[in-house]
Design a binder for this molecule. Sequence first.
Ligand code: SF4
Length: 408
Amino acid sequence: MPLYSHSQLSTYQECPLKYRFRYRDKIRRFTEGVESFLGTMVHETLKKCYDNVRFGRVSTLDNLLAQYDRLWRKEWHDSIIITREELTADDYQALGKRFIETYYQRYAPFDSDLTIGTEMRLNFALDDGGKYKLTGIIDRLSRTKDGVYQVHDYKTSAHLPGQEDVDNDRQLGLYHLGVKKKWPDIENISLIWHYLAFDRELISSRSGEEVARLANDSISLIDEISSAVHFPPIESALCQWCEYPDLCPMRKHLYQVAALPENEYLIEPGVTLVNKYAELREKASAIDKEIEKVRDALIDYAQRQQIQIITGSQNKARVVSGQRLRFPAKNKAEREELDKILKETGKWSEVSQLDTTTLTRIITDKLWDKELIDRVMQYGQLEETSSIYLSRLKDEERGELENDVSQE
Ligand code: SF4
């Protein structure tokens, strides 16, 4: 069984196809979102900060920011994607600096706990037999003066989650499990998300039962992944950062046509077909609305003139008005009650398992006794209905019309 990580499990849950490209087919891409790049730069800088503290050296804020800038310039590459058109790389670089500054002001001189490790890799098994192996990297593990072990995870996201999210987060739960597996004697483990954009700590913990449940759920997920044959694409907001738009059936066409010059784009067969289809659908919907208006006018005309057939030049319209009973839909509780009444009174077979057309005929033709019809009618609603049947005029009818016109 291969080694899994939280990020692998999440990728599969977000989009099995992306998982297949990235982890099964091992298709390497060098594109990355600017948000992810910013996160890496901030993580690296905070790692350096705490690594210095371990050697008794507290960096000044200016030093830390200068290190961050140097790292940013050194690591920046052309395949970094900025999806928000109104923002530039400089905006993101400045944002990262603000995160570091806020963090520094809150925690300097970084002596409230003892750092045990930064970017600490933990490999551990989810099961006693050691079959299901996981790996993870903890941003920082520390121990407070009270003996509480703290798992710190830095977040540079622009969205602040709620307490429920931190309490249910799989990654934090797996960190807890990894620490506990490595040092079984540790009793108190605190899990901390540092939301740098909001200067907020979100703190959580896990009970023994919660961790056992998490391990079982993760084992089931790993079983599902390892036996998966189909890897369907799941389209979501995350697609805009996906590194496989050229391979994915959901994004491939967009990717291809976006690269075309405008004169080629407009004659690309897929583009023209979709445009034509949309145009026809729009016209059809406008025509449907027009038909509906004329239909209502015809019904109104027939009622006012007290006629049933309205004659046109080549066609005639027969207007049939009547009544229809509407009963509760099949999934409604009232429908079940109605079914029960019909069964109890032995009438079920007569309405062919509540064929509402047959039931309407029985009620309107009063084929049952009044008491039962009244009971059934507690569930039924009488509606006015009208239908129009259009047909070609017969030759003789057209002849009559032509005569009338010539006599005038
Ligand atoms: S583009 Fe979206 S649907 Fe396609 S593989 Fe990537 S994440 Fe999945």
